[in-house]
Design a protein around this ligand. Structure first.
Ligand code: PLP
Length: 413
């Protein structure tokens, strides 16, 4: 829990000139809102006085039109079973066309209640026990859990680390696919935890390799709207015919507009047979039913949230630049930030500090008193790394940097 004094200081620091239409500098106390990021610190870190820069939601207030739409619905006073509103799918197809130049049609879409659940449904429907599924660590940790939890076997095709980023091991993928005959591959596009934008060429090669052996590619594009510095997002299904024939794309307004608690996501399948089979099964199980607030928040976000999103992305980029410079300064270059091309998570290479991985975790929790995601949770390739969520007001980030700097200075002594 943040101390009262500290919260008061943050409120004072918040009174900074607001440059755009929206205020991302404003500190909002989330400690009594059941936010996992704040309320589960003790459970995961065994300490409740940490600055929380871990779980991937933003500390920014959503665009006011989303709140207004939800409030309007709440004022009705009856919260019965909800159908998917007529304009839900056309709102998404318009967004994908306008924002990502990606053409799809409402019948190719289904509602899914969250991306992780969506991947779980896809595995349940298309795989049987013992099937192999390719993942590419270091990668969003629930992928492995989803595979193993559904009695399938994860096949690792680790990313290759380069000087400033990572590449996909396409030759490794081809070999694994030919040798092991996996049923599926889970692609993270863009890639969490490093924020990599996969190129058209890379995605097309994935599609060709996988389609040649009949491997279904599930592309998790939850971070796709969060491309930084005007980079285009490249939806997997846009890259070629092989991707459209064997691919399943999952997306959501949740990360984009900071509404993951509304639990609203969607799925696009171009191939008719695959679509009919999966969407039919979803329908029988009622897995495609939203709560009465989910689609309302999503529609309001896609219709009215674009200016907010553009400003949020600029703020996030400034926070990333600030973090890179400051981490370099306070660590004398011993810690390195992998600059993300998408989203608000930065991958900190802490190997230069010379700690064992356990010492590294202790350093952040016990000495610096900040909560980050342990890099090893994304796969053993993440040993020596930490993931930091910088979608927070600058005053929080400044405090985090100060804490890390002070903790490093103590070690030097
Ligand atoms: C790549 C990726 N997929 C899925 C999710 C979670 O999505 P949901 O809450 O819709 O299950 C996250 C959240 O951090 C993520 O980074």
């Amino acid at each position: 829990m943040l101390s009262v004094d500290f919260i008061v200081t943050l409120h004072q620091l918040t009174i900074i000139t607001i440059m755009g239409k929206y205020n991302f500098n404003s500190f909002i106390d989330r400690s009594h809102s059941d936010a996992i990021k704040y309320c589960e610190l003790s459970k995961w870190f065994d300490a409740d006085d940490l600055l929380p820069l871990w779980i991937a939601d933003m500390d920014f207030s959503v665009c006011p039109e989303i709140t207004e739409a939800l409030q309007q619905r709440l004022s009705h006073r009856i919260y019965g079973y909800a159908s998917v509103p007529d304009d839900f799918f056309s709102t998404i197809t318009d967004w994908l066309s306008r924002r990502h130049n990606f053409a799809t049609s409402p019948e190719e879409l289904s509602f899914i209640p969250g991306i992780v659940r969506g991947i779980g449904y896809v595995i349940n429907h298309f795989c049987k026990a013992g099937d192999k599924i390719v993942i590419q660590p270091p990668v969003y940790h629930p992928f492995k859990r989803l595979v193993e939890g559904n009695n399938c076997i994860p096949l690792n095709n680790p990313l290759i680390r380069t000087e400033n980023s990572y590449e996909m091991d396409l030759d490794g993928l081809e070999e694994i696919v030919r040798r092991e005959h996996p049923r599926m591959m889970i692609l993270c596009n863009p890639h969490n935890p490093i924020g990599i934008q996969w190129s058209h060429e890379t995605l097309a090669r994935v599609a060709d390799i996988c389609a040649a052996e009949g491997v279904i590619v599930v592309s998790d594009e939850i971070h796709g709207d969060l491309m930084l510095q005007d980079r285009p997002h490249i939806p997997y299904l846009s890259v070629n015919e092989n991707a459209r024939r064997t691919g399943i794309m999952l997306g959501a307004p949740s990360k984009t507009f900071n509404i993951p608690g509304l639990v609203c996501s969607w799925c696009v399948i171009k191939d008719k047979a695959m679509r009919e089979s999966f969407y039919g099964w979803m329908e029988f199980n009622e897995f495609n039913s939203p709560t009465c607030l989910a689609t309302i928040g999503a529609i309001a976000a896609y219709h009215n949230g674009e200016d907010w999103l553009n400003e949020a992305l600029e703020y996030i980029q400034d926070n990333i630049d600030f973090t890179c410079n400051e981490i370099d300064r306070i660590s004398d270059g011993r810690m390195k930030v992998y600059k993300p091309q998408a989203s608000f998570l930065v991958w900190l290479d802490c190997r230069g500090l010379g700690f064992s991985h356990e010492q590294l975790i202790d350093f952040f929790v016990k000495d610096a008193k900040i909560a980050l995601n342990d890099g090893a949770m994304f796969g053993q390739e993440g040993i020596g790394f930490m993931r930091m969520n910088i979608a927070t007001p600058r005053c929080i980030l400044q405090e985090a940097i100060k804490r890390i700097g002070d903790a490093l200075a103590k070690i030097k002594k």
